[in-house]
Design a protein around this ligand. Sequence first.
Ligand SMILES: [Zn+2]
Length: 123
Amino acid sequence: MGIVRCKVHGEVGVNPWIDEKIVNNIRFDYQGLPPEKEKKIFVVTLQCVFDESEEMEVFNINHYISEENIYKYKLKHLYRISTEEEEAKFDKKIPQLGVTCGKCFEDYIEKYNIEVVREWEIK
Ligand SMILES: [Zn+2]
């Protein structure tokens, strides 16, 4: 995770796993332009299980995806990967991601009372 200098929050950690569409809306909002606000943001969890050495490495990466793209890309709430090939496949499966200040992202969710959805069914 990198560090960014945010105009509002100073030096803070970035969240690089946010749908670019949402990142643009946060930017519009900051500039006082009426953003096409999200009502819901969906969390797509990538569970990484790498067993390359004797040590098993397990970690989750949460991706925050707009409602539109969840249906467009037909995404599930959980993916498990254990190889770099699978990781590359996953990267092709999800929409373009953008980077934003982690705190601005939290503020945006709170300001517009956006529902964070963690489980769903694709119809
Ligand atoms: Zn910020």
